[in-house]
Design a binder for this molecule. Structure first.
Ligand SMILES: NC(=O)c1ccc[n+]([C@@H]2O[C@H](COP(=O)([O-])OP(=O)(O)OC[C@H]3O[C@@H](n4cnc5c(N)ncnc54)[C@H](OP(=O)(O)O)[C@@H]3O)[C@@H](O)[C@H]2O)c1
Length: 267
């Protein structure tokens, strides 16, 4: 029996993991400050109750109780920003690690992002700090770094394209992945046990922003002029060099175009 606690089970990735564990009939509990609203995620089985307990990783509220009888913890809780002078991600990960040291948990799995060790961006630095805390903790762990989920790329393009003219850095690269494939990989890791390493997982294609936006406009039936903007600054240069992409491709993942077709209908 392998009981799983999904911390951050109400988020985008968390709800995809809920769906996967429901399908695989795995015993799990979700922990977060707010309960997952079943109808917000079409994939989640609407007819079964999603086991949930209130956990706040900042205050530690609910954590010792949530960990009772748990074998594997999926740490999917996250937010950008800081608490005082420290990254939010660092604080919540440290709090989780100290609670885990008092528990019987045998495997901690942390969801990170491809390129956090290379790209100078505050949220990525926070994720790297959290990874290092886990690696130095002596606890049995696996870190899964994934590339950007389709929903995130979709939302980012929605913002960039909200003006009458789209200003797009066409040469930026991205490797979007289906969140369901990341959930499937996390499920597999719960079954294989601690790997004591970092694993990368990327989408099936690396595309430039020009291609991403062209397909996005076609499926969204949006027509407006696009002005390419130059690649300026170290952050944009990192993204143009593809430092957040990886050779490890999830071939079971939908492509960007399939995601768009499924979400917005045929072009
Ligand atoms: N989105 C991407 O494209 C992407 C790509 C690669 C990796 N990742 C990583 O995958 C993980 C999940 O991302 P996501 O997009 O699913 O994020 P999300 O939708 O923003 O979900 C974040 C989760 O964290 C929980 N949370 C926040 N503060 C908390 C606290 N103090 N205590 C307990 N739970 C808390 C939230 O629940 P409550 O607010 O209810 O507490 C929510 O369930 C993150 O670590 C992210 O870095 C994301």
């Amino acid at each position: 029996m392998n009981k799983i606690l999904i911390i951050g089970g109400s988020g985008v990735l968390g709800s995809a993991v809920v769906h996967t564990l429901q399908t695989e009939r795995i015993d799990f509990l979700t922990g977060s400050r707010n309960q997952l609203k079943k109808d917000s995620y079409s994939t989640v089985n609407q007819s079964t109750e999603i086991p949930w307990t209130r956990v706040d990783l900042v205050t530690g509220e609910g954590l010792p109780k949530a960990l009772i009888g748990v074998d594997t913890v999926l740490h999917l809780a996250s937010a950008p920003g800081k608490i005082g002078h420290e990254f939010f991600e660092t604080v919540i990960t440290r709090n989780l690690l100290s609670a885990l040291k008092q528990s019987t948990v045998k495997h901690l799995i942390y969801s990170s992002i491809v390129g956090v060790d290379k790209i100078q961006y505050s949220y990525y630095r926070a994720k790297r700090e959290a990874e290092l805390l886990i690696q130095e903790s002596q606890l049995p762990y696996t870190i899964l770094r994934a590339t950007q989920f389709h929903d995130l790329v979709d939302a980012a393009l929605g913002k960039l394209m909200s003006l009458p003219i789209g200003f797009i850095p066409k040469k930026l690269l991205d490797q979007p992945i289906d969140v369901g494939s990341v959930a499937q990989k996390l499920y597999q890791l719960t079954q294989t046990g601690p790997q004591q390493t970092i694993i990368n997982l990327g989408g099936p294609q690396v595309l430039d922003a020009g291609t991403l936006v062209k397909q996005w406009m076609r499926y969204r039936k949006i027509s407006k002029p696009i002005i390419p903007i130059p690649i300026l600054g170290s952050l944009m240069k990192s993204f143009a060099r593809g430092e957040h992409t990886c050779p490890e491709k999830a071939f079971d993942s939908k492509t960007w175009e399939t995601y768009l077709a499924d979400r917005y209908g045929s072009r």
